[in-house]
Write a protein that binds this ligand. Structure first.
Ligand SMILES: [Zn+2]
Length: 113
């Protein structure tokens, strides 16, 4: 399950950041997660808990900030939220669209002491 390697990456970032700031414990990690990042939030939370066991981040909360999938029409420049993976401009029905947000997988902040 690829959520496990993603969780390991997040915990690595959190623990590195903690060490670089002379911290001893991680309380929470805030994450931006796009609707099209391909990551299942429930699976990620489960893996995060497993990966943090026995580390300075054990018991830390993973706070997920969901980012909607947004696209922009390249013909009329309308930006719209994509529902059900329908990449069609609601204004001009063009299918020449580009993704604006929704692929994010980014650690925003780490709460530590
Ligand atoms: Zn359009």
């Amino acid at each position: 399950m690829h959520e496990m390697s993603i969780a390991e990456g997040i915990v690595d970032i959190a623990l590195d950041t903690m060490k670089n700031n002379d911290g001893t414990v991680v309380h929470a990690v805030r994450l931006r997660l796009g609707a099209m990042s391909g990551v299942e939030p429930d699976a990620l939370l489960f893996c995060f808990e497993a990966v943090t066991k026995g580390t300075a981040a054990e018991g830390a909360e993973l706070v997920i900030e969901h980012v909607p999938l947004k696209a922009k029409c390249l013909d009329c420049l309308t930006e719209f939220v994509v529902e059900g993976y329908r990449f069609i401009c609601p204004a001009c029905q063009s299918t020449t669209v580009t993704t604006v947000t929704g692929r994010e997988l980014q650690v925003l902040s780490i709460d530590m002491d």
